[in-house]
Design a protein around this ligand. Structure first.
Ligand code: GTP
Ligand code: MG
Length: 238
């Protein structure tokens, strides 16, 4: 089985080398695709150097402008399908997601169609986030679950494994949302298509290096994006 971990990056020079090495240190043979939005800090230059060490496993797409992680992922998903990968993963560059958990996600995805590394499937497993951020994320997840009526505890999770057929059938060109909303939209559409989606408990750790790209615009997009998704599904135009 060909497995690809897609990591979107924007100014991740402090993390990029370590996260790539951590994936390649795993027992399973995961390939890595970095989708960088022309980070001014030179993240892509570091990746290019590492491609000398891992020529067949490490891939890089450079996009011209910063356009949100959703658009970066869609670009990466299309590349993964063209390059015949069977299992495609989403993971952040900042070690909030522990690369060791890729194995757990993969095992779970083999028995389903999509698996989600979940902070909230067994209590609240978030380390070093300020309390305000934990509460925002936890209650946002509840808001989404209630409005969209999906049985997922961590609706904005960004640590995910898709089997190829989910990405083939989900309608990548219909995905509109770019930030946290993108993560919600992928889960909602997969469930609406009848795919089996499972949650795997993980521990999420706040980034130690580099800066967050979270902002009010991303939250605003998610709040209204969810209402729009619900409306489109009610009128049968999802
Ligand atoms: N290509 C691309 N990557 C992005 C963009 N925005 C964020 N990312 C990457 O997406 C991943 C998640 O972004 P973060 O800034 O860590 O967002 P977050 O996890 O909600 O915020 P923190 O918890 O504060 O780290 C990281 O690997 C980022 O580098 C973007 O516009 N384009
Ligand atoms: Mg992060």
């Amino acid at each position: 089985m060909k497995k690809l971990v897609i990591i979107p990056t924007y100014n991740e020079k402090e993390n990029i080398e370590n996260i790539i090495s951590a994936v390649f240190a795993l027992k399973e043979d995961f390939h890595v695709l970095i989708v960088d939005d022309s980070s001014p800090d030179g993240t892509a230059e570091i990746v290019k150097k590492l491609q000398g060490i891992y020529p067949d496993w490490l891939h890089l797409i450079i996009r011209k402008v910063k356009d949100g992680l959703g658009k970066a992922y869609i670009h990466g998903f299309k590349w993964a399908l063209e390059n015949t990968y069977d299992y495609i993963f989403e993971m952040d560059a900042d070690f909030s997601h522990n690369p060791v958990d890729l194995n757990k996600l993969y095992e779970a995805c083999l028995k389903a169609d999509m698996s989600i590394g979940s902070r909230y499937s067994k209590g609240v497993n978030v380390v070093n986030w300020p309390m305000g951020r934990v509460l925002l994320s936890y209650f946002a997840s509840g808001y989404v679950r209630t409005i969209l009526r999906i049985p997922i505890r961590d609706t904005t999770a960004g640590f995910v494994c898709f089997s190829r057929k989910v990405l083939e059938e989900i309608g990548l060109d219909q995905i509109k949302l770019k930030g946290y909303g993108f993560q919600i939209e992928m889960k909602f559409r997969a469930i609406k298509k009848g795919f089996k989606v499972v949650e795997v408990p993980i521990i999420f750790t706040n980034r130690e290096l580099g800066e967050s790209k979270m902002n009010g615009g991303i939250i605003h997009e998610a709040v209204f994006g969810v209402l729009n998704l619900k409306w489109k599904s009610i009128i049968g135009k999802l």
